[in-house]
Design a protein around this ligand. Structure first.
Ligand code: HEM
Length: 182
């Protein structure tokens, strides 16, 4: 079974392919080019298509691992919509000449919106990730973030804390250095 972080890497690889291929098409059009004069058109189209597939596979793979058995949340539908728009972006870039700069900036803005949607999950019930992500999804990490570094009850009970210089807390970068002995 593919793990959550592998799906995330697949998701990111797809996104990089989508955005870099769209960037290439956009720069060609900004440079005064046309669809038929773009010698790398097939290459860019292939990378865009593979990227679309990988982004979809990684996205739904992560969702299945982190939220198994749960219905698709609103934030996922928002991302699917953005994914569809990015899928149609090459056609818009080739057809709407004279707006290539604006389209390029809109593509970047959409990508940022998709990333922000994944991070903040708007319009959704705040259900947490299921445990099989092994704490790798942001939702699962929220649980561990609730643990305060001031809560030192477990470390204080450690057996070798009486030995000078070997306090179990001394290696923790979140804690202040020990007081010097007089
Ligand atoms: C079919 C479309 C998509 C689906 C189903 C999808 C699904 C997901 C899922 C499930 C996560 C993990 C969220 C979590 O574990 O809490 C995620 C993360 C992410 N997605 Fe997507 N996504 C899609 C499209 C996109 C697009 C188009 C972009 C940007 C261009 C994008 C950018 C990101 C980023 C940056 C993250 C990482 C956020 C983080 O956990 O730090 N996604 N996506």
């Amino acid at each position: 079974m593919i793990r959550y972080e592998i799906y995330k890497l697949i998701h990111y690889t797809g996104l990089f392919l989508i955005l870099s291929s769209l960037g290439g098409i956009a720069m060609h059009m900004i440079n005064g080019g046309a669809r038929d004069t773009f010698l790398a058109r097939r290459w860019a189209g292939a990378l865009h298509g593979v990227g679309m597939f990988m982004a979809l596979l990684g996205g739904f793979g992560m969702y299945a691992r982190a939220y198994s058995g749960m219905p698709l949340a609103t934030w996922v539908w928002i991302k699917v919509f953005i994914w569809l728009v990015l899928g149609a972006a090459p056609f818009a870039l080739y057809r709407i000449r004279g707006a290539s700069r604006a389209l390029f900036l809109a593509i970047v803005a959409l990508a940022v919106a998709a990333a922000a949607t994944a991070l903040h999950k708007p319009f959704s019930d705040d259900f947490g990730a299921t445990e099989d992500t092994q704490g790798l999804s942001p939702a699962a990490n929220d649980v561990s973030n609730d643990i305060s570094i001031d809560d030192d009850s477990s470390e204080a009970a450690a057996p070798d804390s009486s030995t000078p210089g070997s306090s179990p807390q001394s290696d923790d970068p979140n804690l202040p250095p020990p007081e010097p002995a007089d």
